[in-house]
Design a binder for this molecule. Structure first.
Ligand SMILES: *Cc1c(COP(=O)(O)O)cnc(C)c1O
Length: 384
C-alpha cells in the first residue's frame, strides 16, 4: 500500500487502460485521445489555456520544461525555497543561466508572500516560481494573493502543483497562474511518466520572444505544441500507453468531481491528524498550512525513524516516506494521495503504526488511534 510521497495507488480502471493495444501516434483515433486529454486537463487545472498538455517525462521534466522555454541566460528570476522542490527549481533555473534571487524560509514553514512581492518589486524578474504543495515538508502555500499582485506586472508566476493537483484546490485562471506543472503519480493517480503543464497567453508571448533557442530540444514547447496542436508535426513518439492511462485517470477524477475529490482528501487528512493526535504524535506543520495529500509527522524522541518504516513495510505492506535534508530522521511523510486517500487506508495505517510503535517501545498515554480517527469532526479541526 503506497502511503508515501508518491507514487500513489492507481485504480484498476487506469491499470487496465495501460494494457490496451497500441495505436500509432498519428492514428486519427489517437489524435482524438490527445484532444480529449487536453480538454480534460483544462478542466482539472481549471483553465482555458490553449497550451495545456502532458509533457513526456515525470514531474521534474515538467519543471524543466517550465524553465527552459522561458529563461534566457542572464535573466533575473525569483525562486521561493522552503524544501526540496524549491531547491530543485533553483538548480534548474541556474542551469538555464538565470540570475536567481531566492526567497527562503525554514523548511516546514510557508513563504511570506509580502516578501516575494517586495523582492519582485525590487528586481523586476522575468518570472517568480513557487511550490504550491511542498512534498518534502507537508506545507501548503497560498498562491492567489501572489497571482493577483503579479498579474499587474511583467513577471510571470510559475507554480509547482505536483502534489496538489487533483487533491487540493488548484485554480489556474482564477489565481492568475501563468505556468503550472504537475505529475501523474501523486493525486492524479496514474503511474509516473507524464507531467501535465499549462501555459497562459501572457507566458506564451514570453516564450515566443525568447532570444535563444531552448537549451532542451526534447522539452522545447514550440516544437512539442506543433504535435499537440493542429499541425500534428512529428516531434517525438508519444508514450501511447501512458496517455491512455492519463485519460482514464482524468475520467475517474471528473466523474468524482473536483470539489468532492478535494473534500475527500481534506476529510481523510483530518481523520488521520485526529488519530495521530490521540496517541500523542505531533504534526510539525501549523494546522492551517497543512497539505491534505501529504502529512508530515514528527518522530517521537527515542524512536528509530527508519526502523518503523521498515517494519510497516515488512509486516503490513505499507510504504511511507522519511524526511529529506534537514528533516531526515525527524519526520515521517504519510501520503494520502488520489485513490490512496480513503478512510480504510487511514484506519489500517493508524492501527499498523500504533502496533509498530508499541513494538519500538513508544510509551502511549492512550491507545485507539484508529477509533479516534472515525469519531466525528474534532474540536481542533480547521473550518472548511
Ligand atoms: C514529486 C514532485 C516533483 C518531481 O516529480 P518527479 O515525478 O519525481 O520527477 C516535483 N515537485 C513536487 C512538489 C513533487 O512532489
Amino acid at each position: 500500500m503506497l502511503l508515501g510521497p508518491g507514487p500513489s495507488p492507481v485504480p484498476a480502471r487506469v491499470l487496465r487502460a495501460l494494457s490496451a493495444p497500441l495505436l500509432g501516434h498519428l492514428d486519427p483515433e489517437f489524435l482524438a485521445i490527445m484532444n480529449e486529454i487536453q480538454q480534460k486537463l483544462r478542466s482539472v487545472f481549471l483553465t482555458s489555456n490553449q497550451l495545456t498538455i502532458p509533457v513526456s517525462g515525470t514531474g521534474s521534466a515538467g519543471m524543466e520544461a517550465c524553465f527552459v522555454n522561458f529563461v534566457d541566460p542572464g535573466d533575473r528570476v525569483v525562486i521561493c525555497i522552503a524544501g526540496v522542490f524549491g531547491e530543485r527549481m533553483r538548480d534548474v533555473a541556474e542551469r538555464c543561466g538565470a540570475q536567481v534571487t531566492a526567497v527562503e524560509t525554514a523548511w516546514g514553514t510557508v513563504i511570506d508572500v509580502q516578501q516575494v512581492v517586495e523582492t519582485v518589486r525590487k528586481h523586476k524578474p522575468k518570472l517568480a516560481a513557487i511550490v504550491h504543495g511542498e512534498t518534502s515538508t507537508g506545507v501548503h502555500q497560498e498562491i492567489k494573493s501572489l497571482g493577483n499582485y503579479l498579474a499587474g506586472t511583467e513577471t510571470l508566476l510559475l507554480v509547482d502543483c505536483v502534489t496538489s493537483l487533483g487533491g487540493m484546490p488548484v485554480r489556474v485562471d482564477d489565481w492568475k497562474i501563468d505556468i503550472a506543472y504537475s505529475g501523474t503519480q501523486k493525486c492524479l493517480s496514474a503511474p509516473p511518466g507524464l507531467s501535465p503543464i499549462t501555459v497562459s497567453e501572457k507566458a506564451r508571448e514570453v516564450m515566443r520572444k525568447k532570444k535563444k533557442k531552448s537549451q532542451s530540444w526534447y522539452l522545447d514547447l514550440n516544437l512539442v505544441e506543433k504535435y499537440w496542436g493542429e499541425d500534428r508535426t512529428y516531434h517525438h513518439t508519444a508514450p501511447v500507453s501512458m496517455e491512455y492511462a492519463l485519460l482514464e485517470a482524468l475520467n475517474v477524477i471528473l466523474e468524482e468531481g473536483l470539489e468532492a475529490r478535494w473534500k475527500r482528501h481534506r476529510d481523510n487528512h483530518l481523520a488521520l491528524a485526529r488519530g495521530l493526535a490521540h496517541i500523542g504524535l505531533q504534526l510539525p506543520v501549523a494546522p492551517h498550512h497543512r497539505l491534505w495529500s501529504l502529512n508530515a509527522v514528527s518522530v517521537p524522541e527515542g524512536i528509530n525513524e527508519a526502523g518503523v518504516r521498515r517494519q510497516l513495510l515488512r509486516n503490513f505492506g505499507i510504504e511511507i516516506g522519511g524526511g529529506l535534508g534537514p528533516l531526515k530522521g525527524k519526520i515521517w511523510r504519510v501520503g494520502l494521495m488520489g485513490h490512496g486517500s480513503s478512510r480504510p487506508n487511514v484506519l489500517l495505517f493508524l492501527a499498523a503504526l500504533e502496533k509498530t510503535l508499541l513494538d519500538h517501545g513508544y510509551r502511549f498515554s492512550r491507545s485507539g488511534a484508529a477509533q479516534a480517527a472515525i469519531e466525528s469532526q474534532g474540536p481542533s479541526d480547521p473550518a472548511p
